[in-house]
Design a binder for this molecule. Structure first.
Ligand code: ZN
Ligand code: ZN
Length: 393
C-alpha cells in the first residue's frame, strides 16, 4: 500500500527545502527562537490555523479541525532550537550567525512541520477531530517541552495522542525507526566535589590529594555499570569533566567532577543514582577525603505507546515498505518530548537522513552535521498519514 500523502508531500518538497535552508541560515538558541516562531506563526495563520504564540516563552501552537470535544485531538510536535556550535560546512545555506548552528536538524523539523500544516490544511473538511501543532522551543537541555506543558499545550482541547519525529544522520535515507517502549534514554547529570587538604607536592603525607581521590572515583564509578547493573539492562555513566589543581608542584585541595547518566528503565535509573552516591562518598571516605555528590534530574526516557506506534509503523511502511522499518533500534541519547509522552500516549520516530555518497553522515551536534533533504517530504507524508489514522482510531 502506498502512502495517501506521498505525492502531495513530494510536490511540496522544493518549498520545504527552501524553508529549511532559510532556518538553517538564521539559527536561534533555545528560548530565543523569535524569528523562527514568527515564520511559523505567519505560515500557520495564512493557512487558516488558530494560532497561539508565546506558549512556553517562544513556542507556537496551531489548531485545525472540528474542535469537537467528543472527537479526538492529535498533537504533532516539532522542535525549533539550534546549538552553540560554529558551523564548518561550506554550503550556500550555511549559518550566518557566528557560533550558532542547526547541528541537530531541528530546522528540518520545523520545515516538516510547516509541510504537515500545509497538507493537512488541504484536508481540513475531512478531519475527524482536531490537529494541534506544537512548535517547541529549547529542546537542547533547557526544558522547552515542559515550558509548553506548563502553559497548557496538552489541554484545551485535551490531547489524546502525541506524535513527533527526529531526523537521524545515523540512519540511511529511505529508512525509519519505529518502535514501541523506551526508544531514548533518561538523561541526568552528576556533580561531585571532592574535598581534601592542599599542600606541597613534595610532602603528600601532609595532605589529602583531591586529584588522586577524584581519579579513584572515576574508575570506581565504572564498576557500577560493570558490576551492579543487570547485563540485560543498559546504563551509562560518563564523567565528562574534571576540574582540579593549578600548578605542577601543588597538591589540589578540591576536585570537581561532572558527568552524564543514561538509562531506559526507571529501576536502573534509581539504582545508578543510589550507587553513584554510595561509591563516590565511600571512595572519598576511604582515602580520607569528603565528597559532595549531587544528581540533577534531566529528561525522562522517551517511551512509545503500542497503539500510536502501530499507526506510525503503518504510515512509515506505506512510504518506505515494511522491510525498511527498524523496530528494535534505540539510543542512549535524550529527548525532552519524553515529557509529553509521559502524559499522553504517543510515538516518536527516527527518519533516515544519512547519505554516505554525499558525505551527509556526520553525527548530530557535530560542526559538519547536515542531512539529505530528500527525507523532508517523506517525514511530511508519514506524519500526515499517522495523524489522520490517529484521528480515526
Ligand atoms: Zn540535539
Ligand atoms: Zn535534536
Amino acid at each position: 500500500m502506498t502512502s495517501p500523502f506521498l505525492d502531495a508531500a513530494a510536490a511540496l518538497q522544493d518549498e520545504i527545502v527552501a524553508i529549511r535552508r532559510d532556518l538553517h541560515m538564521y539559527p536561534e538558541l533555545g528560548f530565543q527562537e523569535f524569528r523562527t516562531a514568527q515564520i511559523v506563526a505567519e505560515q500557520l495563520g495564512a493557512l487558516g490555523y488558530e494560532v497561539q504564540t508565546g506558549v512556553g516563552k517562544t513556542g507556537v501552537v496551531g489548531l485545525l479541525g472540528s474542535g469537537d470535544p467528543d472527537q479526538r485531538t492529535v498533537l504533532l510536535r516539532f522542535d525549533m532550537d539550534a546549538l552553540p556550535i560554529q558551523e564548518e560546512n561550506d554550503v550556500p545555506y550555511r549559518s550566518q550567525t557566528p557560533g550558532v548552528m542547526h547541528a541537530c536538524g531541528h530546522d528540518a523539523h520545523v520545515a516538516v512541520g510547516i509541510g504537515v500544516a500545509k497538507l493537512l490544511a488541504k484536508h481540513r473538511d475531512e478531519l475527524n477531530g482536531t490537529i494541534k501543532l506544537m512548535f517547541q522551543p529549547a529542546e537542547e537541555g533547557l526544558g522547552g517541552a515542559m515550558a509548553m506543558i506548563q502553559d497548557g499545550v496538552l489541554d484545551g482541547p485535551k490531547v489524546d495522542v502525541a506524535l513527533g519525529l527526529h531526523v537521524a544522520s545515523q540512519l540511511p535515507l529511505g529508512m525509519a525507526v519505529v518502535r514501541s517502549g523506551p526508544m531514548m534514554a533518561a538523561s541526568d547529570k552528576l556533580q561531585i566535589t571532592v574535598r581534601g587538604k592542599g599542600g606541597h607536592a613534595a610532602h603528600p603525607d601532609q595532605t589529602i590529594d583531591a586529584v588522586l581521590v577524584a581519579a579513584h572515583i572515576v574508575v570506581a564509578l565504572q564498576t557500577i555499570v560493570a558490576r551492579n547493573l543487570d547485563p540485560e539492562e543498559p546504563g551509562v555513566i560518563t564523567v565528562g569533566a574534571i576540574n582540579a589543581g593549578k600548578a605542577a608542584n601543588v597538591i589540589a585541595e578540591t576536585a570537581e567532577l561532572r558527568g552524564s547518566i543514561r538509562s531506559f528503565n526507571p529501576a536502573v535509573r534509581q539504582l545508578l543514582h543510589k550507587r553513584i552516591h554510595e561509591v563516590a562518598s565511600g571512595v572519598a571516605t576511604a582515602l580520607g577525603a569528603e565528597a559532595d555528590v549531587e544528581v540533577v534530574l534531566g529528561v525522562d526516557a522517551t517511551v512509545n505507546a503500542p497503539e500510536p506506534t502501530a499507526l506510525m509503523y503503518a504510515a512509515a511502511s506505506a512510504v518506505f515498505g515494511s522491510e525498511k522499518i527498524n523496530t528494535t533500534y534505540r539510543t542512549t541519547g535524550g529527548e525532552d518530548f519524553s515529557a509529553v509522552l509521559a502524559r499522553v500516549p504517543g510515538n516518536f520516530f527516527f527518519l533516515g537522513a544519512r547519505n554516505d555518497e554525499r558525505g551527509l553522515n556526520f553525527p548530530h551536534h557535530n560542526p559538519r552535521f547536515d542531512i539529505d533533504e530528500s527525507c523532508l517530504h517523506q517525514g511530511v507524508a508519514i506524519l500526515c498519514d499517522a495523524a489522520v489514522r490517529a484521528l480515526k482510531s
